[in-house]
Design a binder for this molecule. Structure first.
Ligand code: SAH
Ligand code: SF4
Length: 366
């Protein structure tokens, strides 16, 4: 099989060129063609010698996932559905705001971590995305959206908050992050690229050494009892260890804070006492809070906290001096809301069947 050059960051591409006895600077040229110009045909790479173009055509390929569907919402949100083979689809969403344009991308087909409030987690896990499939999402979106009249890229920020746990697909995500940051790639600053994790402590430590981009941590609970129930990974890395890992991360991170995401689940984690516990929990960690109204999905067993409870919760955090935003739900008309990037997962873990059985028995996970 021919090698897919979209799987390589600059270091890997440089190695590839030396393995085929070509000069290292070719890597920069090809990276620019692929990512800055959106070219996926060697024949169009006019600053490469014809003989090199022919050699590459013979031995390599530039293959992006096939685009199945593009939807544009009333509020300007875009959504793309990409085919990643064997009945699997992944979703990518672009959210325009006045001062920025954020692309939300996926890292896995499904997710193995089974958070109970997450529709991706409920769908089971199929496989890790390749680097080409991760960066391919940015490739497509960038091609569709291009640059502003001022010649600035429309996509100014990338968040790894789509399907999957990015740190559970560490190597491929790392190469994709390197391409996002590379001046020959998308040239994004570390502050404008965010990895969101449910709390994989050892990989957080690795990321801070390898590529300390902005970090978001899905906290969602103020104590281990609740967090154990809704994020099974918490049993492995409980809150004390997670908070310590956040502190270690900040020593290296480009931003001087961690963003804590907190999904508001009615009568599960949204009590006044929980807000007070949170203030105590994070007191050693410079942070910002992002409260996310729960996005319901069929037979989730959870309800979204009402706006009164969200406001009361926010006020407690704010009065304690924390910076808090409440996430607006965007793109509702095209199902592009956060945590709803369902795609299509051919579940290898048979989790869907398990949940259907639970739902039929009338059990609730709340
Ligand atoms: N696996 C990573 C990133 C993907 S999920 C993580 O867990 O951080 C992106 C964010 O959406 C996470 O904070 C996740 O907890 C949240 N989320 C998942 N399901 C949701 C739902 N139904 N409603 C609102 N937010 C949800
Ligand atoms: Fe996976 Fe994140 Fe969903 Fe948890 S919230 S199941 S880690 S995608």
């Amino acid at each position: 099989m021919r090698i897919n050059l979209l799987d390589f960051d600059l270091v890997q591409l440089t190695k590839y060129f030396s393995s085929i006895e070509e000069k290292p600077f070719r890597a920069k040229q090809v990276l620019k063609w692929m990512h800055q110009m959106g070219v996926n045909d060697f024949a169009q790479m006019t600053d490469l010698a014809k003989s090199l173009r022919a050699k590459l055509t013979q031995h390599a390929q530039i293959t992006v996932p096939e685009l199945l569907l593009e939807k544009i919402s009333q509020d300007g949100t875009h959504k793309w559905l990409l085919n990643v083979g064997t009945g699997n689809g992944i979703e990518t969403v672009f959210i325009p705001e006045t001062d920025r344009g954020t692309l939300c991308i996926s890292s896995q087909v499904g997710c193995a971590l089974e958070c109970t409030f997450c529709s991706t987690g409920r769908q089971g896990f199929n496989r890790n995305l390749t680097t080409a499939e991760i960066i391919g999402q940015l490739w497509w979106a960038n091609k569709a959206l291009g640059v502003t009249p001022k010649n600035e890229r429309v996509i100014s920020n990338v968040v790894m908050m789509g399907m999957g746990e990015p740190l559970a697909n560490y190597e491929n995500v790392l190469s994709a992050l390197n391409i996002m940051l590379d001046d020959n790639g998308y040239g994004l600053s570390r502050r404008r690229v965010t990895v969101s994790t449910s709390g994989m402590v050892p990989q957080m430590d690795r990321l801070k050494e390898d590529c300390p981009v902005a970090l978001a941590v899905s906290l969602h609970a103020s104590n281990d009892t609740i967090r154990d129930n809704i994020i099974p990974l918490n049993k492995k890395y409980p809150l004390k260890e997670l908070m310590a890992a956040c502190q270690r991360y900040l020593v290296k991170a480009p931003r001087d804070f961690v963003t804590f995401e907190y999904v508001m689940l009615h009568q599960v984690n949204d009590e006044v006492t929980h807000a007070r516990q949170l203030v105590e929990l994070v007191k050693e960690v410079p942070c910002k809070f992002n409260l996310i109204p729960f996005n319901p999905f069929p037979s989730s067993g959870y309800e979204r906290s009402n706006s009164e409870r969200i406001r009361a919760f926010r006020d407690i955090l704010q009065n304690a001096g924390l910076v808090v935003t409440v996430r607006k739900t965007r793109g509702d008309d095209i199902d592009a809301a956060c945590g709803q990037l369902a795609g299509q997962v051919s579940d290898k873990t048979k989790r869907q069947e398990k949940w259907i059985q639970i739902a039929q028995k009338g059990d609730s996970c709340a």
